[in-house]
Design a protein around this ligand. Structure first.
Ligand code: ADP
Length: 192
């Protein structure tokens, strides 16, 4: 059974690669960013709350994010294999995820960390903002704050997974196909 965490700073290409990996390895794809955006679109209470943080480029509080993620996993009760995209983003989220999955006899197989330098990230995000209209991608101050949040709260998770022997760093520059191939190589190696 395969469960992957796709890890990396905003704009690293997690979403693009997660969709492809989910298809190839038959994984249930859960993106916390996508779920929050769907809630915002639907005008739910959760969406309103999440929006107040996302608009500033801040992380949504752990308790809100964790509760939402757990209910999404529980909703897909048939799935045993997941790809988490944009989750966990804090040590508390990672610890809770381990415990929660253990209760379902699932464990994380591999954490794949996409590495892209800050200049390239900002360039990609601003471009994406122009194309998608995503509000948090269009304002340079918000983008900068998201990168700051990543460096402060999310990057330390590399240590967390490295200590568990589960971390693989993958260069996130090059063509989408090349990066995909590198990710698949690591997954296939792990599955053998
Ligand atoms: P990106 O990776 O480009 O930042 P996402 O769609 O993954 O885009 O996330 C958008 C925003 O959603 C984040 O800036 C944050 O406010 C919120 N968010 C997503 N996932 C989480 C999480 N696991 N914990 C807290 N906030 C989150």
């Amino acid at each position: 059974m395969l469960t992957i965490v796709l890890f990396g700073p905003p704009g690293a290409g997690k979403g693009t690669q997660a969709v492809r990996l989910a298809e190839k390895y038959k994984l249930m794809h859960l993106s916390t960013g996508d779920i929050f955006r769907a809630n915002i679109k639907g005008g739910t209470e959760l969406g309103k709350l999440a929006k107040s943080y996302m608009d500033k480029g801040d992380l949504v509080p752990d308790e809100v994010t964790i509760k939402m993620l757990e209910s999404e996993v529980n909703r897909s009760s048939n799935a045993q294999c997941f790809i988490f995209d944009g989750f966990p983003r804090t040590t508390a989220q990672a610890q809770t995820l381990d415990t929660f999955l253990a209760g379902k006899n699932i464990s994380i197989t591999l954490t794949l960390a996409l590495e892209v330098d800050e200049e390239e990230l900002t360039r990609r995000i601003i471009l994406r903002g122009k194309e998608s209209g995503r509000a948090d991608d269009q304002d340079e101050n918000i983008v900068r704050n998201r990168v700051k949040e990543y460096n402060n709260k999310t990057a330390p998770l590399k240590d967390f997974y490295s200590k568990q022997g589960k971390l693989k760093n993958i260069p996130g520059v090059g063509s989408i196909d090349d990066i995909f191939e590198k990710l698949c190589f690591e997954i296939d190696k792990m599955k053998e």
